[in-house]
Design a protein around this ligand. Structure first.
Ligand SMILES: [Fe+2]
Ligand SMILES: [Fe+2]
Length: 242
């Protein structure tokens, strides 16, 4: 099974938004013929209507069997969360593939950079966790600080409570974007993967636009960073390089 995790497109009528990179990334993703593509938030830079419409035009070009799109803090500015729902549907929910149960939650709140999962969504995660499938949790904001991103800011405010629940449930993968820096942590046997920014100049720590390609074979997870227009890099090499 091939899963592609992209985030932080930051569509905007501005030079910081790199349309050419996004077009190239989508062509590469389509060539991979993925089973599932997860767009993990910050589709837009300000949550404006024209930005969402452009984001939709790009996302509609992604060819895959199943697609998940969730909301980022930038998308929820200027009541963009209303436009998001109109164009993409609910920003939280659950999706089953033959192998996986994917639960995605909305961590973004209007006009706030910090994330929050909240008690209701923690309960939603607990109640919908699969007993026999590969469990993947998706949220825009990061639950654990990511290195090389400056001082910690805009993390999930109730990360402690969420991590306590996750330690009990032990999901196979937790996928986030938001920090614009690809990274991987393993905590209490849970794999946390963070995607870099796919199409904005606002990069941190890793100065290439990228997305993640995750291959799952017989329960074994093989995640790689794919540089847009460049090479694949294993996450363990990415960490060792630092
Ligand atoms: Fe972002
Ligand atoms: Fe973000």
């Amino acid at each position: 099974m091939i899963i592609v995790q992209i985030s932080d497109m930051h569509c905007a009528d501005a030079e910081q938004f790199l349309r050419g990179k996004l077009t190239r990334a989508i062509n590469e993703i389509n060539a991979l013929n993925p089973d599932l593509v997860i767009v993990a938030g910050d589709l837009t830079d300000h949550g404006f209507k024209t930005e969402f419409e452009e984001a939709k035009r790009f996302i509609d070009q992604i060819r895959c069997r199943q697609k998940i799109i969730t909301l980022g803090n930038h998308d929820s500015q200027y009541t963009g969360y209303m436009l998001f729902e109109e164009l993409f549907g609910a920003s939280s929910g659950m999706l089953d593939t033959p192998e996986c149960r994917v639960i995605y939650v909305n961590t973004a709140r209007p006009d706030r950079d910090e994330g929050r999962v909240g008690r209701d969504q923690i309960k939603f995660i607990e109640e919908n966790f699969s007993k026999d499938k590969f469990n993947i949790l998706v949220m825009h904001h990061h639950l654990i600080p990511v290195p090389d991103t400056g001082l910690e800011a805009a993390i999930v405010e109730d990360a402690g409570d969420v991590l306590k629940t996750l330690s009990k449930l032990s999901p196979d993968l937790v996928l986030s974007g938001h920090r614009h820096r690809p990274w991987s942590w393993k905590l209490n046997d849970i794999n946390f993967l963070f995607s870099g920014a796919v199409s904005t100049i606002r990069l941190r720590g890793f100065f290439e636009n990228s997305y993640n390609v995750i291959r799952i074979d017989s329960g074994e997870i093989k995640p790689q960073v794919k540089i847009v227009g460049g090479t694949f890099t294993d996450f363990d090499k990415l960490i060792l390089k630092q």
